[in-house]
Design a binder for this molecule. Sequence first.
Ligand SMILES: C[S@@+](CC[C@H](N)C(=O)[O-])C[C@H]1O[C@@H](n2cnc3c(N)ncnc32)[C@H](O)[C@@H]1O
Length: 521
Amino acid sequence: MESCAACFKPATQKCSGCRVIYYCARECQKRHWKAHKDLCRPYLIERDEELGRCLVASRDFEAGEILLKEPPLVIAPAKFTKPICLGCHKKSKTLYNCSMCGWPVCSKSCEKSRLHEPECTLTSRGRKGEQIVLKDLDKEHPAMGCIAILRVLHIKETDEKKWTLLMQLEDHVEARRALGHEEVDRATIVRFILQYLNLGQVYDELLVLKICGIVTVNGFEVPMESGMLTALYPTACFIENNCAPNCTRNVTKAGDIVIRSTLSIMKGDHIAICYTDPLWGTINRQTHLQNTKYFRCKCTRCRDPTELGTCMSSVRCQKCSGFVQPQDPLDEECSWKCDRCGMQIEPIVVNELVEKIGEELVKIGKGGTKDLEAFIEKNKKLLHPHHFYMCDAKLALAQTYGHECEKGLFALQEDQLQRKENLCLELLRVVDAVAQGKSRLRGILLYELQALVALRSRQGCLDGTISRDELLHKVKAVKSMLEEASLIFGWEAEDVGEGQLAAIARKELEDVQMFYESISY
Ligand SMILES: C[S@@+](CC[C@H](N)C(=O)[O-])C[C@H]1O[C@@H](n2cnc3c(N)ncnc32)[C@H](O)[C@@H]1O
């Protein structure tokens, strides 16, 4: 028998947060909370030679459980964004220059908001009340990249505890210097803050460059209706990258980060998210990670020439019907080899081919179904069917069929419906390999697929070509797909991306549930 953490009497109830300690009664748990609060977490922060600090699960998790939820230490517009109101982070047609500092705001109350206070205080102090002049508020503005840095600098003066947490974060100062990234920041952010804002007597260049590193390495992208924000979190910033992760991250409307398991996790497993996009190929992921997070990922997927059997980077052998893959995906210089005839190609040849195809896809943009089908038809002789550019085009197609006009799926011919279904099923197999479990991409594909199966069932009912058993089977499948999709969409902030679809999917699920009950008697 365990003993109560508060009164040491025999206890049987586990703390539901960490599931490590026991209590004999609710009163004891309440009384003990103050002492336990900082330790009550279902993970340990460990140090690994290769990864640095990382999180390790201290209990088992089922898919969909929350491992961590916390508010940001700092949240601000991301680099290279269009100006937004710095008081509420919303897009506004009535942006104007704050009467105290000159930064963009949308109302008098935003001029005085807590969010805007840091840059307003520092700017007014440095420029002795003279406003800054920001023109072209409707275009991407380099000055927006200074806001996160100013907000961190302000914390130095206002919150010692937060400042200590921030200064402990990884900055990769040396790697940034070696790659010339500090030089760029020196010419832009450092100059703006120390010279234009006249804060050179208060802060030094080294500190500003260190903060630039901290924001770049640890900043989480937070998509908002108004554009992209960046946020720093005290614990989530320790989570490592894995290109086939076991967790997903979402940010709530209030800016809190929520880390959830997408599959079951065992006690002792590392907690990992994907810093990039799971539909990118190894070279693109590595380039992004090296340029923004300053490390080379050696996860199982990055080490595997087949990318977990998906062949997402494989190109077609032009001598036989095999596929050409890198012999060592972590070595950019190594040659690529056909898995059938053994022919070898220099990496530069593959890179040039893939780059050219990527440019073609960029030109198509979101494109229509015709352009996307033509792209796939043309490049199927060059790329594996699951090459990441093929997956991009196929995902766009799966989401375009049935969304091109108001009639939706009703506008599609049978062969187009079949094509959409095949695309969804094909992509689900790829996604389930590289973003296992309850991933956002799986939610998107299931949502598209259920609409199609629902339409087929309805048509079958109308023209009497579907048996009752078949109908029950199909409606059950629709119900289960909608359940999963609405669960996954429900994790997203309700005003962006798939979060907007969550309520619609839930309503559709209710209707399907009712229909299922009505036919199952
Ligand atoms: C957001 S921080 C994570 C916390 C960091 N490990 C620390 O100790 O502060 C990102 C940094 O962690 C390290 N990192 C994360 N995932 C990694 C991985 N899969 N392999 C190697 N290093 C990794 C890299 O140094 C990267 O720049």
